[in-house]
Design a protein around this ligand. Structure first.
Ligand SMILES: Cc1ncc(COP(=O)(O)O)c(C=O)c1O
Length: 396
């Protein structure tokens, strides 16, 4: 069931903003962050892991929703159950740790550390345990207990930082330096770029899979990708530039209203730091600083930025949990539903109409969104969707 436009209270939409990057097609030779060789290495790595990664995650079609919205098709790459975890994040971590192991750069007793809002930390904990290494994950003071517990259950030690995610990043880096631990961060900073770069190249696996799944159809016309520090957005934009050049789809980067650091950086023409508070249900996207190595690619080649409020995101979660007609049931956490929220928002929120126009969305358009996470906070999920996760899974 699609919520009628009237259910989107105008008071709740006032904060959504958008920005079109009119220069995104200025460089016809833009290939993104990675050389062709990097994609081959990523592919070889995941092929060599095929025992633990037997199947691609599904590329679902939400045809009924698409027809209700007046567009051609919605393809949803569903990362809610990637490799036994519930987000896409394991792709980046397993590739980066695999590279370090392959190069003999981790000792038997290495301690892997990172800051996390939940998903990256859980992925790192899982990869550390699989490789008989230790993991210490730094979380912001207000990280939901469900997300912290999920990390602990993977076998990691949690360190609660008095501050937000960006403070946790800084403390994890300081401690790693002090104690000689290996930091596996999804965001970069001056002098720390190699591993975040590998993490981003690992993410491109989901696009390679998606292309095999949408073929022989042409690529989608519009792609929605949600952003925290911008690692996933950089990976998706890079892959699309490399693969399709100037014929690539129109890419719309989606962020929470309270943590739209990419949109604000694009507006400023340089990376800006937001200080919060980052009050949003989209926990995985509560970041105030873009990853410096992701920024040049995003600023040059992403086509538009939209910020999404929690009500819009909640609507997308409910639509996925209670789909129309024959559309599949999809379990999506709030950050996971952010990309689809972007589509709904540009179609239904008058403030975002310019992006709809620039994207060229029409009745024939096929769009791609990524459900980047499943249910990472069952209580929050039940509150927002009105359904217990078990009931949703039973119906799917
Ligand atoms: C579920 C989910 N989606 C999207 C993202 C955004 O990824 P990035 O921080 O690389 O922009 C995250 C980040 O943790 C996440 O957890």
């Amino acid at each position: 069931m699609v919520l009628p436009l009237s259910s989107w209270k105008s008071s709740e939409m006032t904060m959504s903003q958008c920005l079109i990057n009119w220069n995104s097609r200025a460089d016809p030779n833009c290939v993104g962050l990675f050389e062709a060789d990097e994609y081959r290495l990523v592919n070889d790595f995941f092929c060599s892991q095929s025992d633990s990664d037997p199947d691609p995650t599904p590329l679902l079609h939400l045809r009924v929703l698409a027809s209700e919205l007046g567009i051609g098709d919605i393809l949803l790459k569903d990362e809610s159950a990637r490799l036994g975890l519930n987000s896409f994040k394991i792709l980046g971590v397993s590739y980066a740790v695999g590279r370090l192991l392959g190069e003999g750069r981790l000792a038997k007793d290495s301690v892997l550390v990172c800051a996390s809002e939940g998903n990256h930390g859980r992925a790192l904990a899982s990869v550390a345990v699989r490789n008989k290494l230790q993991a210490r994950i730094y979380v912001a003071a207000d990280t939901s207990p469900a997300r912290s517990k999920a990390i602990e259950r993977e076998g990691a030690q949690i360190i609660v930082v008095d501050g937000n995610y960006d403070d946790a990043v800084k403390q994890a880096a300081r401690d790693a330096e002090l104690y000689g631990w290996q930091i596996i961060s999804d965001t970069s900073w001056a002098g720390y770029e190699e591993i975040p770069r590998w993490i981003m190249s690992g993410y491109t696996k989901l696009m390679t899979e998606a292309e095999m799944q949408w073929s022989p159809d042409p690529p989608p016309d519009v792609v929605f990708v949600q952003a925290g520090v911008g690692g996933l957005a950089c990976a998706v934009v890079s892959w699309l530039c490399q693969r399709y050049g100037t014929k690539r789809p129109f890419v719309i980067v989606c962020e929470p209203v309270s943590a739209a650091c990419l949109l604000e950086s694009s507006r400023a023409g340089k990376p800006v730091t937001l200080n919060g508070p980052f009050n949003t249900i989209m926990a995985g996207l509560r970041c105030g600083e873009v990853s410096p190595i992701a920024w040049p690619v995003i600023s040059e080649s992403a086509d538009a930025f939209v910020s999404i409020d929690d009500e819009q995101c909640g609507s997308a979660m409910r639509i996925l949990a209670h789909p129309s007609g024959g559309d599949p049931v999809v379990t999506a956490g709030a950050a996971g539903a952010c990309g689809l929220s972007g589509l709904l928002a540009i179609l239904q929120d008058v403030r975002l109409r310019s992006v709809r126009g620039a994207s060229g969305l029409n009745t024939q358009s096929r769009v791609l969104a990524i459900n980047t996470e499943g249910v990472t906070d069952p209580e929050g999920y039940a509150r927002i969707t009105g359904r217990e996760i078990e009931t949703v899974i039973a119906a799917s």
